[in-house]
Ligand binder design. Structure first.
Ligand code: KG4
Ligand code: ZN
Length: 351
């Protein structure tokens, strides 16, 4: 009997049906990219309204595609943190209604740990703990010492923008669309990653596992439009655009890799688990794989569809259902970023 997982932390409305053996029977993702594209970023109120419209059709489709009926559902898992409060509440309300109607348990799960759990789905028993966890997405960029599916200690991460947010803002500066990651990646093809010397803040600081991306964004801004310029500069095209995009992308990847390297040294782990939308980036994926070969550590990077937001990774809820947990009607959301949601350096993300 399967689990119904529901995900509505940000701008993706998603539901999945997963068997106890962690087989994904269906996974439906309704993206809101089109809705937010004109703002070049997620507008929280627009996101929660769209979740309200879509959540029931998305759940119904997941149930239908899995070839089951709602009565077959054994438990409900809902991503309850971190995220946008209005968005989170929509998924939680739908999950509670279904669990109450069916008389089955409901458990909340952490969206960041779920991103890492995607490695368990993709690699099965080949993926083992402990490992270093890297989650890089639009809302968070963090490193963890992961000791088990529900046991991760935050080691550090961005002190300002998330990596995905930096991609989104850089794309906007370069006159590209939203979401920015894939746009920058496309624009960077054929560009010279060494064309511009962009900063890698904190990358050489071996004392801390923190990262920073906002200075990089400002540096790019000044390359595109010189400081004190009063005239509107048209966005770059052709080779100049490719060089800027490639240099920016390389700087983000270098910044991340420097801290993954340090996290391996600090923890002594021999494996890295990677998740989040930015892990869909080809340069990052290839650089992580090369890093793994060089440092002789196993690198687990799920397929792209399991990196960007989805509910299949909500399979992590089985880890709680299997031990008999039921959060019941008191289950609530914890909005904010992963840092705000309790994952400060040195703290455990989940009990
Ligand atoms: O994990 P995700 O789908 O949602 C959040 O939890 O935030 O991540 C979305 C972020 C966006 O900022 C997007 O620009 C970035 O992931 N992203 C990428 C790529 N695909 C998505 N960044 C770099 N390269 C990509 N190919
Ligand atoms: Zn995410």
């Amino acid at each position: 009997m399967p689990l119904l997982a529901i995900e509505s932390t940000c701008d993706e409305t998603a539901a999945a049906v997963i068997s106890r053996s962690r087989e994904v029977l269906s996974s439906v993702v309704a993206t809101q990219e089109q809705l937010h594209a004109r703002w070049r970023g997620v507008v929280p109120e627009v996101a929660s309204r769209a979740h309200v419209e879509r959540i029931i059709p998305v759940i119904d489709e997941a149930v239908e595609r899995a070839g089951i009926t709602k009565g077959d559902i054994e438990g409900v898992g809902v991503a309850v943190r971190p995220g946008l409060v209005g968005s989170l509440l929509v998924g939680l309300s739908a999950g509670k209604a279904i669990a109450a109607a069916l008389g089955v348990p409901i458990v909340g799960y952490d969206h960041i740990l779920a991103h890492l759990y995607a490695c368990r789905l993709a690699y099965g028993d080949r993926f083992t703990y402990p490992c270093v966890g890297l989650v890089a997405s639009g809302g968070h960029t963090s490193l963890f010492h992961v000791r088990g599916p529900l046991d991760a200690e935050r080691l550090g991460g961005t002190i300002d923008d998330a990596a995905g947010e930096a991609f989104d803002k850089a794309a906007s500066l370069l006159g590209l669309g939203y979401p920015g990651g894939p746009e920058i990646e496309r624009a960077a093809a054929g560009g010279d990653p060494k064309a511009h010397r962009l900063p890698r803040p904190l990358a050489t600081d071996r004392d801390r596992l923190d990262m920073s991306f906002s200075g990089l964004k400002t540096a790019l801004r000044y390359l595109v439009r010189p400081p004190h310029s009063v005239v509107d500069v048209p966005p770059p095209v052709g080779r100049p655009l490719a060089d800027l995009a490639a240099s920016f992308q390389q700087a983000v990847v270098d910044s991340i890799l420097a801290k993954v390297d340090l996290a391996i040294d600090r923890t002594g782990c021999r494996a890295v688990a990677v998740g989040g939308g930015v892990a869909a980036n080809t340069l990052l994926r290839e650089s992580l794989e090369a890093f793994g070969r060089r440092r002789r550590v196993a690198v687990f990077v799920p397929p792209r569809s399991l990196c960007t937001d989805n509910a299949a990774m909500g399979a992590i809820a089985w880890e709680r259902l299997e031990r008999g947990d039921d959060d019941g009607f008191a289950l609530d959301v914890t909005p904010g970023t992963d840092r705000a949601a309790g994952a400060r350096a040195g703290s455990r993300v989940f009990p």
